[in-house]
Design a protein around this ligand. Structure first.
Ligand code: 5GP
Ligand code: ZN
Length: 136
């Protein structure tokens, strides 16, 4: 299903042109137009799912396989030294386009890019408390 108000639906289905590095019946992989690094690409399902919580398991599985293929292609062709996979869900997590997508970000030694988080330093009791909360 497509969403008429979704820009990634239009891009994924070819209604809006994009710099496509890979395409099959279910996915389009495009260059991000605000790239973190050279070759930063996005895996877009052609059907609309807002995020990881909406996407069916079989489509999610196919999406990560597609990301793996695209990652290998980018790494080889652009001679990347490493690569980050990023997938944001919800505004609080930095998602700006509510159509599920996987970021593929080639990394280069000394590329100066920042992709990460500030590590916390919880006590053992605090970690145990989190585990209890999760496991109920
Ligand atoms: P998010 O923050 O939702 O995880 O990532 C959205 C990404 O989509 C951003 O990296 C942004 O640069 C990219 N983006 C947003 N609109 C467009 C567009 O129209 N074309 C392309 N190629 N990338 C886009
Ligand atoms: Zn969409």
């Amino acid at each position: 299903m497509k969403n008429d108000n979704c820009i990634f639906c239009k891009i994924a289905n070819g209604e809006i042109p994009s710099r496509t590095v890979y395409e099959d019946d279910s996915f389009r992989v495009i260059l991000d137009n605000g790239p973190a690094t050279k070759g930063h690409a996005l895996v877009l399902p052609k059907d609309h799912y807002a995020d990881l919580f909406e996407i069916p398991e079989d489509v999610a599985a196919a999406a990560i396989v597609t990301a793996k293929k695209a990652a290998a292609l980018l790494k080889e062709k652009l001679h990347a030294d490493g690569l980050n996979i990023v997938q944001n869900n919800g505004e609080a997590a930095g998602q700006t386009v509510p159509h599920f997508h996987i970021h593929i970000i080639p990394r280069y030694v000394d590329d100066g890019q920042l992709i990460g988080w500030k590590p916390g330093s919880p006590s053992a009791e605090e970690l145990d408390g989190v585990l209890d909360e999760i496991r109920g």
